[in-house]
Design a protein around this ligand. Structure first.
Ligand code: NAD
Length: 441
């Protein structure tokens, strides 16, 4: 059993704290957001993540998990402190490190015993050294510490499983003993552990996210070509995915990547490269294709509906992916603003995202459920592939709509089935159906 402090109780920090507590450690989780901490002490989750509430509750009850806003309290007996604060995009696309800086300064002032500082936030290469410099220059008196990079690879929506059963743990440090101690903490997870230097560990995270984003943009590029040539991207992706060198994951054509990681991380990596005089051409193309995928879905609605002014368009799903309430960089945000700019009336429904979305999209009318959303709509655009949308009563949906037009940004429906209900249906990259429809016409 170890004493661990976790700084930042967002999507990563809260899961990290609760999971380490569940593994038998004593964890104090800290945030500067007093309302967040007050809510957690009352048992209220600040985010939606399947299984999190039960996990937090169990470990609070067992006395292994506490919440605080005080660095002194969090660090009093901690041997490890995990940094899990946000690193959003800065004005030029660089990672904004203001929160990491503030945390490093606070740790330096509050620490009273030697510490292993473990960075889980996604930070530019070189940040570990920078954090160590801040610590040294801010400490009132020198107390030994080591900095270890331990990038986080969990996915919102399956964060607890991902944390507990990671594909690998990556650790980077110039201090081999510190890296070994952090490795010991992760041993119960039974995953391969890669130990390397600080900068390489930081780079592994960016390279991994950039690669996954590239896969998504690649399949969207192929989907676009499929449309033009009359092939079906779903079958192309399956046919490709059986090849173990390729793999089926991240080959879903649609609205591209969103969320709090891929967009900012690809951008930050491109920024780091450009800053050193390199030309990240592939990363640039990945970002361009991603932006196109959202634009194209609105164009498709326009093709089917004509001018959008005065038309009512429903967005089915708002969050950037299913099983999360995270609206950061959700494609639905951009799609809604494009539709509104064209003069459409926009309605929306999401199983869990509406509380956050309401403040972000004040002009969008929120519906009670998918059928309520469809009522009076000239078109519905599927923006998020929530499971509950995959088994809708399609007849009821059809009958509720003013015009039965469905633009499926996530390819969750079968074009032939949709046609059998009388929908005018368009997915992404499903050129085969266009060809067949033309042949039948
Ligand atoms: N969200 C993900 O799926 C995910 C996955 C892997 C890695 N990451 C990385 O992890 C980091 C955290 O992401 P997140 O989504 O959990 O962020 P988040 O915005 O959900 O949470 C960050 C938390 O840090 C707190 N905070 C900010 N400044 C603080 C300070 N000075 N002291 C204490 N607390 C402070 C905020 O109040 C907030 O609660 C980012 O670098 C992100 O790129 C995120």
């Amino acid at each position: 059993m170890k004493d661990i402090a976790v700084v930042g109780v967002g999507y990563v920090g809260l899961v990290t704290g609760a999971c380490f507590a569940d593994l038998g450690n004593r964890v104090v989780a800290l945030d500067i957001d007093a309302a967040r901490i007050a809510g957690l002490t009352r048992g209220e989750m600040p985010i939606y993540e399947p299984g999190l509430e039960e996990l937090v509750e169990r470990n609070v009850r067992a006395g292994r998990l506490h919440f605080t806003t005080s660095y002194e309290e969090a660090l009093r007996s901690a041997e490890f402190v995990f940094i899990a604060v946000g690193t959003p995009s800065g004005v030029d696309g660089e990672a904004d490190l203001q929160h990491v800086r503030a945390v490093a300064e606070s740790i330096a002032r509050a620490m009273t015993r030697p510490l292993v500082i473990v960075n889980k936030s996604t930070v530019p290469v070189g940040t570990g050294d920078w954090v160590a410099d801040i610590l040294r220059s801010t400490q009132p008196k020198p107390i030994p510490f080591a900095v270890v990079s331990c990038p986080e690879f969990l996915r919102e929506g399956s964060a607890i499983t991902d944390f507990m059963s990671p594909a690998r743990t990556v650790l980077g440090s110039l201090d081999a003993d510190a890296a070994e101690k952090v490795a010991q903490l992760h041993l119960p997870l039974r995953a391969p552990i890669v130990i390397t230097d600080l900068r390489t560990a930081e780079m592994i995270k960016y390279a991994s996210n950039a690669f996954l984003a590239t896969k998504i943009s690649f399949i969207n590029e192929i989907a676009n070509i499929c449309e033009a040539l009359g092939a079906d991207i779903k079958e192309v992706a399956s046919g490709m995915g059986y090849d173990p060198r390729i793999g089926r994951a991240f080959l879903e054509a649609g609205l591209g990547y969103g969320g709090s990681c891929f967009p900012k991380d690809v951008l930050a990596l491109a920024y780091m490269a450009a800053e050193k005089g390199r030309h990240p051409q592939l990363l640039q193309a990945v970002m361009d294709i991603n932006a196109d995928s959202r634009r194209r879905i609105v164009e498709r609605a326009q093709e089917l509906l004509g001018a959008l002014g005065g038309k009512t368009v429903g967005l089915l799903g708002l969050t950037f992916k299913p099983n999360t309430d995270d609206m950061r960089e959700a494609p639905a945000l951009e799609i809604a603003s494009r539709l509104l700019a064209e003069g459409a009336v926009v309605r929306a429904y999401d199983p869990v995202g509406m509380p956050r979305a309401t403040t972000l999209l004040p002009e969008v009318h929120m519906a009670r459920d998918a059928y309520d959303l469809a009522g009076g709509c000239d078109a519905v655009i599927i923006c998020t592939e929530w499971n509950e949308f995959k088994n809708l009563d399609l007849q009821r949906l059809h009958d509720a709509m003013r015009q039965p037009i469905v633009v499926d940004g996530r390819n969750i429906y079968d074009p032939a089935e949709m046609a059998s209900y009388g929908f005018h249906y368009r997915g992404v990259g499903r050129g085969y159906d266009l060809t067949r429809e033309k042949a039948l016409a």
